[in-house]
Structures are given as C-alpha cells and as structure tokens.
Design a protein around this ligand. Structure first.
Ligand code: HEM
Length: 419
C-alpha cells in the first residue's frame, strides 16, 4: 500500500479559511488536510509557514522546548525599561510595556516565573470558592429567558456570564461590565491573528484604555487590599520583588482577553452541539452527572480555540521533516481534536467519552491557566440550562446561524432558542 507524502503544499482553496462552507463546518477540510497533507507548507512570498493537523504532531510541537511563543510581531521587553517611571510615558508606551509582559507571549525563564507567581494566587481552591457565585450568576441570567420562554443564548447568556465571572475574579465592579466586554472583545481580536489588519487599531486603542483602567484599580487595591486576584498578585509582589506592576497588569489583561470569548464559545458551541444531537441532550437530561465528561466533549467536538502557533528557535527535525528557525508553525487544535488515531469515531458527539485527550486548552507549559474555571463555568451554565429549559430547541433554521468573524476563535454571533 502506498502512503501519501506527509509534507507538501496543500491545495490553495483548502487553505482559504474564510470560505462560508469552512466557517459553517471546518472539520471536513481538517480531515482532508490530516489525511493527505498533515504537514502542509505555505510559501507565498513573505508568507511562509507550516500547518500541522495530526494530534501527535501538535502535541510534539507544544511540548518541544525548542519552540517559542515569542512571535516577531509581539511587543518585546526592552532592557532597562522597568527603570522608567510609567507616569512619564505616553499611554501607548505604557500599554505596550504591559503587553510585552503577557505570559502567553513569553518563553522561559520569564514565563516560568510569571506563571509560578500567578499559580500561587489563582489556585483550584480559589476557583472552587467561586462556584456559588457562578451558580448565582447563571440563575440570574436564566431567570428572564425562563419567564419569556426563550432568548438569544449567545447574547443573553453565554456572553455576559464569563465577563461577570472575570470581573468577580479580578475584583472589578460588575457595573463596568459594558466597558469590560467591549475591551475584552477587542483584546480577543488581538489574540486572533486571523482577523483582518483594519481591526487591529481598535484592539490597540482598547489595550491602552484597559491598561489605564487596570492601573487605577491596581493603585486602589494597593491602598485597600481586597479578596481578589489582583490583590493576591500584589501580595506576591511584596514577597517577591521581581514581579513588576507591568507583569501584574499584563496578567490581568490576558485573563480578560483569554477568559471571555473562549468561555462564551464553549457555552454557545456546546449548546448548539446538544441542539443538533437530541439523543445526547436527552441522555444528559436523564443523567445530569454526565456534565463533567460532557463539557470536555463539547471542548473537543467544536473547539472554542481552533489553533495556536509556535516558532522554532533553531532548525529542528521532527517527524522526519525539517522545520526552519523562525518559520511559524500553525497547530490546528480543532483538527487534532478530530484525529481518529486518538479519538474513536471522532465525528460522533459522545457525552460520556472516555480518555478524552483533547488539546482545546493547549498542552505543555502554556496549558490554559483558566482551564479549571472555564470547565466550572461550562458545567454550571450548560448543566443548569439543560435542567431548566425542558423543551430546549432552536428557534431559527440551522442554516441561518452565523459564525463570528475570525477563525482562531470559533463561536456563533447569535443562537436564538426556545425553552
Ligand atoms: C473554554 C474556555 C477556554 C479555552 C478553550 C482556552 C484555551 C486556551 C489555550 C488553547 C491556551 C494555550 C495557548 C497556547 O499554548 O498557545 C490558553 C492559555 C491561557 N488561557 Fe485559556 N482558555 C479558556 C478559558 C480561559 C479562562 C477562563 C482564563 C482565565 C481566567 C484563561 C486564561 C489563559 C491564560 C492566562 C493562558 C496563558 C497561559 C500561559 O501562557 O502559560 N483561559 N487557553
């Protein structure tokens, strides 16, 4: 039997991720890539990168210490920068300084130190202590739709919940929710490199506004400590003089940027998966205890984050292929999550799936910091929805559903349902 070559140029139309058919359902394209060109190379003038779609390959790159997250376009820390008083800097320079400290964009040893400090403040115990508050928010958000007999599940439920939870976590006033949502949406644009360049200006403006806003709260909490993540990071700073204000601000910023739209999409995509699989919906209703494995299956089945990337810091040989230093490697998490080598019957939604080794939260040292919180929010949100909305059904034809712009973060713009 002959095998197709693992590496090669993928057909151009396959790689057009803006096609409406791809936006509706990217998984057939991923399958073709995985089966025929699992290591696809793109060489179009200055645009040169590789695309990996097999689970084993994606994991191998994410765990490889020769792979960096320090991509060329990201703000970089400058030696001696910390000695400059932030008050003397232009707001844009202040924002870029904090952005250059975001852990998702740093390699070891900076990443190790930053993540270690946040890990001490953002513990599973702290997340667990949020459980009653999250349930209270879910109940409050469901009250009106239950009375009305339906709602737009994205707009009325999946969007507001994560932003209210993040406000609670960081100790920011819930009354600032509209600003926090606008800023988080814009920050997500910055994380979603697939969005057109014309939107980046708005994202940078938002980064400036949100850093100024967070700076005010940081000073207020330094004067009057509260019971929240920013205060816990300030306490860590007192114990460890290496944690700078910019690093605290960068961490608060990434929590806002990475924890909002992703969780919205987990709830929205998960609810849609149930609506499209009535037998699984009935199964969950009959066995509410399935919710824990169900949330991981929603994450695998239609992943909120479809891809990430890494850059080799040296020429690297992997899977019999050579990856050049500096040439970006796109890792299609959504494709890896449907790899039949790891997931039996990958196109089947199985809420009781065992040994679900999905990579929806990444893998290795940058594994999602908020995974425990995201799972808890997903569990409470979808579990409560299924328990209370006894006749949950789609209120519009399936073909009319629209997906958000951008491709790295996958989620619906709206999901009208009847209860
Ligand atoms: C369903 C929801 C979520 C999904 C699917 C998700 C997905 C991911 C993925 C794939 C990564 C790794 C990216 C990479 O390696 O390049 C990541 C990292 C991260 N996530 Fe999440 N995330 C979610 C929710 C959250 C929440 C709620 C928070 C915070 C409260 C959060 C904070 C972070 C942070 C800070 C990082 C960077 C970790 C590091 O660099 O060490 N995420 N997330």
């Amino acid at each position: 039997m002959t095998h197709p070559p693992a590496a090669g140029e993928a057909p151009i139309d396959l790689l057009d991720f803006t096609r409406p058919a791809f936006r509706r359902d990217p998984y057939p394209t991923y399958r073709t890539l995985r089966e025929h060109t699992p290591i696809a190379r793109i060489d179009r003038g200055p645009i040169r990168f590789s695309i990996l779609t097999r689970h084993a390959d994606v994991v191998a790159v994410l765990r490889d210490p020769r792979m960096s997250v320090d991509r060329p376009f990201q703000p970089k820390p400058i030696a001696g920068q910390d000695d400059v008083d932030p008050a003397t800097l232009h707001p844009l320079a202040r924002a870029l300084r904090a952005l250059s400290r975001v852990m998702l964009f740093r390699d070891p040893p900076d990443h190790t130190r930053l993540r270690g400090l946040v890990n001490k403040a953002f513990t599973p115990r702290m997340v667990e202590s949020l459980r009653p508050r999250i349930q209270g928010l879910v109940d409050a958000l469901l009250a009106r739709p239950l009375a009305d007999g339906g709602c737009d599940l994205v707009h009325d439920f999946a969007e507001p919940l994560p932003i209210l939870v993040i406000a609670e976590l960081l100790g920011l006033p819930a009354s600032d929710r509209a600003d926090l949502k606008r800023w988080s949406d814009q920050l997500a644009v910055m994380l979603d490199g697939s969005i057109a360049a014309q939107h980046i200006g708005g994202a940078v403006q938002s980064a400036v506004a949100v850093i100024e806003y967070l700076r005010v709260h940081l000073e207020a909490k330094r004067a009057h400590p509260q019971d929240d993540l920013i205060t816990a990071m300030l306490a860590a700073q007192e114990r460890d003089e290496h944690l700078t204000d910019d690093e605290i601000l960068g961490t608060a910023l990434i929590v806002m940027g990475a924890g909002h739209e992703t969780t919205t999409n987990l709830i929205g995509n998960g609810a849609l998966a149930l609506l499209r699989h009535p037998a699984e919906l009935a199964r969950l209703r009959a066995q509410p205890g399935l919710i824990e494995t169900a949330v991981d299956e929603f994450l695998r089945f239609d992943s909120p984050v479809q891809a990430t990337s890494r850059v080799p810091t040296q020429d690297v040989e992997l899977f019999g292929e050579r990856f050049e230093k500096g040439r970006e490697i796109a890792l299609l998490l959504g494709a890896a999550n449907h790899d039949p080598a790891v997931f039996p019957a990958p196109e089947r939604l199985d809420l009781a799936r065992r040994d679900n080794r999905h990579v929806s939260f990444g893998f290795g040292i940058h594994f999602c910091l908020g995974a425990v919180l995201a799972r808890l929010e997903g569990e409470r949100a979808i579990g409560s929805l299924v328990a209370r909305a006894e006749k949950l059904s789609l209120a519009v034809p399936d073909e009319s559903l629209a997906w958000r712009p951008g491709w790295l973060l996958r989620g619906l713009t709206s999901l009208p349902v009847r209860f």
